[in-house]
Design a protein around this ligand. Structure first.
Ligand code: PMP
Length: 356
């Protein structure tokens, strides 16, 4: 840190991303990436875009918006694309919170929400999850604050059907409710998303990403859906910070990914099947496993503490995520990978737990 940094930023605790090791042959189950490659058409679409790189990219992400609008049954004016959902969440928090308008979110949820609050000087209202790490929507009713709810939640994987969040929308009519649906495409239910509710509630902003279900974490692409008014507000912030926020290669990749619905269905189904298998395997080994609708499982064993198990798995070439906070320190968050990766996880766990 230099002596020039402003005191407010010097006191900031930045977000800690999951480790991205350069070592080969690790089974990487720590950042909820998709084990399958992007849709087959993505490579050619990206290559075809190279000649156009001399120009600035489309500020409006027109092709992407048209494709997503048709798929989601909303208008192009209801969509904003950004540099991963991280950017869209940041724009939303910047737009809809300030010193007088705190952000309310769970104590166990995505670790970036408090960081943006600190960066922008926004007070945090931390709402504890229930004893079993489930979220009680009643705890968010009538808050009169901006709210962000990850659904499915991370790192728990627990999910609430959209109808359960309607009371939160109705009880906070003068405040924006952000629903972070980074993992929604892994839900078993067909109508798992809150997107259709954006037509009825102008205070709802739904945030989704191409990082998980579309296998494009490295491309940095996310979008949000909301009333035309909310989207215009976010554009106001975007055009005041970084108008060319989604580069041309990523726009081409995203449009190609959206065009291949069959591949999307096939890969998300494979992950859901591997999730079911892995949850049963962990339960059989004596783990407590939270019911997950995401591409990860949150699990703990009475035989070992979370950090010890994390280290033992790492020593066997398997990387999972351990969070050290009081309510999460006993648990591991394990990304659901391919069936082969999950079998390797089982072998490693059996070896480790045998001696316990
Ligand atoms: N929200 C949640 C709940 C997440 O877990 C993540 C991934 N770390 C994100 C948002 C951000 O995803 P991305 O920026 O890659 O779209």
């Amino acid at each position: 840190m230099s002596r020039y940094l402003t005191p407010a930023l010097a006191g900031l605790e930045p977000y800690t991303p999951g480790e991205q090791p350069r070592v080969q042959n690790l089974i990487k189950l720590n950042t909820n990436e998709n084990p399958y490659p992007p849709a087959p058409g993505v490579a050619a679409a990206v290559a075809g875009e190279v000649p156009a790189l001399r120009r600035y990219c489309d500020l409006n992400c027109t092709a992407l918006k048209d494709a997503a609008a048709a798929r989601l049954g909303v208008g192009a004016e209801n969509l904003l694309f950004g540099n991963g959902s991280d950017e869209n969440l940041m724009l939303a928090i910047r737009a809809f919170c300030d010193a007088q308008r705190p952000l309310a979110f769970a104590d166990v949820t995505y670790g970036f929400y408090p960081v943006w609050c600190d960066l922008f000087g926004i007070p945090k209202h931390i709402v504890p999850l229930c004893e079993d790490l489930s979220l009680d929507p009643a705890a968010y009713c009538g808050l009169g604050q901006t709210i962000v709810i990850a659904n499915p939640n991370a790192p728990t994987g627990r999910w609430l059907p959209p109808a359960a969040l309607v009371p939160v929308l109705e009880a906070n009519p003068d405040n924006v409710v952000i629903v972070d649906e980074a993992y929604v495409d892994f839900c078993d239910a067909e109508n798992a998303s809150c997107v259709p509710l954006t037509r009825r509630y102008d205070n709802l902003l739904v945030v989704q990403t191409f990082s998980k279900s579309r296998s494009m974490a490295g491309a940095r692409l996310g979008f949000c859906v909301g009333s035309a008014g909310l989207i215009a507000d976010l554009e106001r912030v975007k055009y005041s910070m970084n108008p060319y926020n989604v580069n041309a290669l990523t726009q081409a990749a995203g449009a190609a990914a959206l065009a291949d619905e069959a591949y999307f269905r096939q890969t998300t189904a494979a992950i859901r099947a591997a999730r079911t298998w892995t949850a049963a395997m962990l339960t059989a080994l004596g783990f407590t496993v939270l019911p997950s609708q995401a591409n990860f499982l949150f699990a703990k064993t009475p035989k070992m503490d979370g950090e010890g198990l994390y280290k033992a798995l790492r020593a066997r070439g398997i990387l999972v995520r351990h969070f050290g906070a009081p309510r999460t320190k006993d648990w591991l968050r394990i990304t659901v990978g391919t069936p082969e990766q999950m079998q390797a996880l089982e072998t490693a766990l059996r070896e480790i737990l045998l001696s316990k």
